[in-house]
Design a protein around this ligand. Sequence first.
Ligand code: P53
Length: 487
Amino acid sequence: MSFRKDFLWGGATAASQHEGGFNKGGRGLSTFDTVTGGGYQIPRFITYITKDGEYGEAPIDSTMTGKIPLHAKGYINKDLFYPSHQATDFYHHFKEDIALMAEMGFKCFRMSMSWSRICPNGMYDINEEGLQFYDDIFDECLKYGIEPVVTLNHFDMPLYLADHYDGWLSREVIDSFVFYAKTVFTRYKDKVKYWMTFNEINVLSGWCQIGIHDNCPQNLYQAHHHIFIASAKAVMIGHEINPHNQIGMMVSYTPSYPMTCLPEDVMEAIEFNRQKHFYMDVQVKGYYPDYQLKLFERKNIHIHMEENDLKIIEKGTVDFIGLSYYMSTVSSTDPNAEKTEGNQFIAYKNPYLKTSDWGWTVDPLGLRIALNEIYDRYHKPLFIVENGLGAADTMKDDGTIDDDYRIEYLKNHINAMKDAVELDGVNLMGYTPWGCIDIVSAGTGEMKKRYGFVYVERYDDGTGDFSRRKKKSFDWYKKIIETNGNI
Ligand code: P53
């Protein structure tokens, strides 16, 4: 008894990191189009113009949060490099990429749609060419029997909504999103069955992800409330349009362990983990949990709600839980505890575990722990929609790329999820390793941090012809799929 027969093996990418074609086919600009490249511990910047006509650059911090002055608008400075503009050019290479996925035996492909390709201003405008673009992609997938798994919103939003509405802080944006969701649920009714509403909903913050200028907790939680309503409404509409639709939420799941058995450390870890459980409680159970309401009270946060909001949240619960898992972390109340600094995450060092070259703690058993924590709490089907190792691959003179470290990482994580299924009885739907074809890193904006089974010749100085070549892990993963995870 191991993985289900219909287990969804595949891979995952996102529009702002893979697609490119930022000004092609009638697409409108997105917030991410105004975010520059970076590097390991080299910050990325949002470029903007203030209402007095001054140009500026605001850094994005280690959690990908960036804010710009109130009323400033995103701006593209011709002298700077914006990796999302071409990303790894899925726009022109999608047939080749999907053929490579088919060769590996993918059962599904998780991707996101660029909202501003469908609704260029994020308002009630529809770009037929954008819709056709995704039709072509889905047709190409289905030709090989690959199920598209579509995230409606992965870390970007139409620039217009950020500029004119302060993003998700405005309630109006709910209707814009619902219009977009309804448009694509209707259009792809017969092509797409698996959907997720918002990527890593629990980490969304700042201007590039949710379009808000002032990221204070009051604004952030108000924006998240609007996102909850938008998601719940989308789930209801998606079910109405096609009752067979499987619509999930998506959480970034980094479990935290108490540093010691000191009860204060244990409580600290519980509170850290609540930052994830809160989002799942709302979207899976359908209500705001008590601990969060108490936290709002203590922090003097007041969420403005309309009469039906809680009913909408109650009705719009999801069918499955999608999660990303890369690492675990540690909670401590000791001010002198040693820290480890990854590019997105500052956490206490776990003395038992190693970190990746980008400072992310490598912890395969943490994946089994995560799956158990979630499954025990919600009893919903789980879908690991991101997992993987970001590493600086090198291409040898003969053009080969030996990424044994990636094989090792994935093998250990697949073994851990196998244990969760075989020993713990977790209901797992599928597994889509992150960045299956090399893409731009979300946290650092660089190409150097690669995740793929397929190498893309694109580099941080903007050179490279986007040609694709298989890494060593390509054939390895193909075998994993062929044998339904028999390592
Ligand atoms: P990069 C935080 C912690 C773990 C993963 O990240 C996270 C975040 C939020 O930034 O994001 C996910 O590219 C995200 C992807 C992203 C991937 O992790 O910085 O959903 O878009 O690319 C890996 O190495």
